[in-house]
Design a protein around this ligand. Structure first.
Ligand code: ATP
Ligand code: MG
Length: 370
């Protein structure tokens, strides 16, 4: 592959680049959009890097712009998580601080020139993820790069260059220093973009990232084939892979809602009802509530008997919750039930009866049972 003469640049990106250049600042397109365009993959998420200092960029663009503009920079101090950067450096310095050769290609949107000091284009051709510079240093500057390597490898089905992979494994312990939020975002983004999700899971295991951040996923790989047939839902997938989903999602600082979702999946996935027993299926639906679809999605065959049984029950609008009952708490009080906990208990008992036979859900019948 050689560089195309010209790359199609969206007009709004071009406008911004022109404005910076007209003000006297060198401006280049970089990052994922350049890489993906060379791979003939769609990506409209352009990054611009410019010699304009941040204050100058702010002055030129008072309103927010639809692209990320960063100033040429160089890391002068790093601790594996944050970097202190120096501005006023060259494009070459800026490309040298980027993580992988395929992410360190620059294209000038007006002059149509290319800069590829680390042979990223050759690595695209060879389908290789390779650190810019010494992989050990680069991972020690920012351990997140280890996880980014795995994500790009699984997304493009690229190999990780031997020395880069070796360094990723050797430095995996440093991943412990990262914030849970950055790790979670990387893990979720990886699951969402991997060609095969099982490949990403294998990479995380082989490098040692799973041991540190997702220990609930264990070392086994028996269930891995099933992963690729599941919906691309990071919370669901993580829950599927973990022995204790709630604990994994808590470590990743997921939302309470997601943690509860994981907890429900962990709790109920061992207790599916007999699909041929409609009463059992209705009771199960009533008990699992909003998590029914997650639990169905995790069943081995997508169109399982249970899924069909659930569809039938839903189509019949069978009452499944207290809200669906033909009587309300007030009706019970009017019928003589003492206000207080008795009301809830009676409603729950009535729901039990209705789950057994939905035809019982009439006011007359239910009040006759009070
Ligand atoms: P994606 O398609 O996932 O957005 P991307 O390569 O554009 O991929 P971004 O996170 O958007 O990734 O970052 C844009 C660019 O910034 C990268 O291509 C890379 O050059 C650089 N970059 C991002 N994160 C790092 C990092 N942790 N270390 C070094 N360079 C980085
Ligand atoms: Mg990007």
């Amino acid at each position: 592959m050689t560089f195309p003469e010209k790359l199609p640049i969206p007009s709004e990106v071009l406008k911004i680049a022109k404005k910076l250049e007209d003000a006297g600042f060198e401006t280049w397109c970089v990052g994922g959009a350049i890489r993906d365009n060379l791979l003939r993959l769609e990506n409209h998420d352009f990054d611009l890097t410019t010699s304009a200092p941040p204050a100058e960029v702010q002055r030129l663009f008072r309103r927010t712009v639809p692209v990320r503009i960063t100033t040429f920079r160089k890391d002068i101090q790093t601790d594996g998580r944050h970097a202190v950067v120096e501005f006023g450096v060259s494009l070459m310095d800026d490309l040298a601080r980027r993580d992988f050769t395929i992410n360190a290609i620059a294209y000038h949107p007006i002059r149509h020139e290319w800069r590829d000091p680390f042979q990223g284009e050759q690595d695209l051709e060879k389908k290789l993820i390779r650190s810019v510079g010494d992989p050990n240093w680069r991972f020690q500057e920012d351990y997140l790069r280890i996880l980014r390597a795995l994500r790009f490898s699984a997304r493009f089905e690229f190999r990780i260059h031997a020395r880069t992979l070796e360094a990723a494994k050797a430095n995996a312990q440093g991943l412990a220093q990262l914030s849970a939020e950055r790790v979670r975002d990387e893990w979720f983004k990886g699951l969402q973009t991997a060609k095969k999700m099982s490949k990403l899971v294998t990479l995380w295991r082989d490098v040692g990232a799973t041991r540190i951040w997702l220990p609930e996923m264990g070392a086994g790989s028996g269930e891995l084939g099933a992963v690729d047939k599941l919906p691309r839902d990071p919370v669901l997938l993580s829950a599927f892979l973990a022995k204790d989903p709630a604990s994994l999602l808590t470590r990743l600082k997921c939302s309470t809602k997601d943690i509860e979702r994981g907890r429900a999946i962990g709790l109920w996935r061992e207790k599916y009802p007999d699909a041929k027993d409609p009463i059992a299926v209705r009771r199960w639906l009533a008990a699992v509530g909003q998590y029914a679809d997650d639990l169905l999605a995790l069943l081995p065959a997508p169109r399982s008997l249970l899924t069909q049984a659930v569809e039938k029950i839903r189509a019949a609008h069978a009452p499944l919750t207290l809200k669906d009952l033909a009587v309300k708490g007030d009706d019970l009080i009017a019928a003589g039930v003492r206000p207080g906990p008795d009301v809830g208990e009676t409603l729950a008992r009535l729901l039990e009866e209705v789950l057994e036979d939905p035809a019982r859900n009439t006011k007359a019948y239910l009040l006759s049972r009070v």
